[in-house]
Design a protein. Structure first.
Length: 333
């Protein structure tokens, strides 16, 4: 694996470039209630796609190349090993190596969130500890779901409490019902928000009422809500979300950071116009064509997408044309 330490000092912007100015005169977005959080999650986090070679091995050189290209974009940090990173398809050893590679290329003042959720509590704790040792700042822990019928509020609260107690780094809950078939129950979120080592949730369900209620019900806690998709980013900010973990940021990182900035500055009409142009491309690289579509779109914007791991299949020529027309129709190509 090629060394990436040389990237750390030259590729990434200074910390000042990663924090938006405070909103003026109450016009802009103020997502944090009360005192400042212990770890500020405001901003855009791309959930990195994992690059594979033609033989479906993790391609660390291409990973470093993508990190180099993302360096000019004012992301708050990066998410590694989320759903878009083909997390279930990586071996435990590969997961740790990917996090280590990204950490070496990323200055300490840029946040690194790493997926560490497993089906059992014990395995989740073990992988979370490994992610911390590899340099992750935050563990992103997806809901266990294989025994979905048994995943009651009590079971999930116990699971996440045990993980939060044992984790050497802060924990962010991860609810992605499209993949797990399970929405983390609201009462579980409210209870877990009181845990001193559980600092937020990435909610990918797209229910804005639910997200607003989460913000409202946890406003007294050191807890932040992150939108899990670019398609509802503006609406999430309007109800108090702190930031976004958006697959589309792998492709259109600058526009998503611009949307974040417009919302924080209270420039709502401009933000709405930009949000409208992002909805269809976001749908195309998520629910419509998924990770194969995301990786194909990355290639049109100068990044390495490459193949997915089987059994994920590449797009057909007709699907590629449909994907391209979606980006073109919204002015991105």
């Amino acid at each position: 694996m090629a060394s990436s330490t040389r990237l750390a000092s030259s590729l990434w912007r200074t910390p000042a470039a990663l924090h938006w100015a405070a909103p003026r005169q109450g016009r802009g977005l103020s997502t944090l209630q009360g005192s400042e959080p212990s770890l500020d999650l405001r901003g855009i986090f791309p959930p990195l796609a994992t690059p594979f070679s033609s033989s479906q091995e993790v391609d660390y050189a291409q990973l470093e190349g993508n990190l180099h290209r993302y360096a000019s974009i004012p992301f708050r940090g990066l998410v590694v090993l989320g759903s878009n990173g083909e997390y279930p398809y990586l071996a435990p050893r590969e997961k740790v190596e990917v996090v280590s590679c990204v950490r070496r290329a990323l200055p300490r003042d840029h946040l690194l969130l790493a997926g560490s959720g497993c089906e059992s509590t014990q395995a989740t704790i073990e992988l979370t500890v490994s992610m911390a040792e590899a340099g992750a700042d935050v563990a992103l822990v997806v809901t266990p779901c294989y025994y979905q019928g048994a995943m009651t509020t009590a079971a999930l609260v116990h699971h996440y409490t045990e993980v939060g107690d044992a984790s050497p780094i802060p924990v962010v809950l991860y609810s992605v019902p499209a993949n797990t078939g399970l929405d983390l129950p609201m009462d579980a979120v409210i209870t877990l928000a009181q845990h001193p080592n559980i600092i937020g949730i990435k909610d990918s369900g797209g229910d804005i009422t639910r997200m607003g209620l989460m913000v409202h019900k946890t406003r007294q806690e050191d807890f932040q809500v992150l939108a899990g998709s670019a398609g509802f980013l503006l609406a999430s900010y309007a109800v108090g979300a702190s930031g976004g973990v958006c697959a589309l940021a792998n492709v259109l990182g600058d526009p998503l950071c611009q949307l974040d900035r417009l919302c924080r500055e209270g420039r709502w009409q401009e933000a709405r116009d930009l949000q409208h142009r992002l909805i269809e491309p976001n749908m195309a690289v998520t629910r419509r064509f998924g990770i194969p579509g995301l990786k194909k779109a990355m290639e049109w914007f100068g990044y390495y997408g490459g193949p997915c791991r089987a059994p994920l299949a590449p797009l057909s020529p007709a699907q590629v044309e449909e994907l391209k027309s979606t980006f073109s129709a919204n002015g991105w190509l």
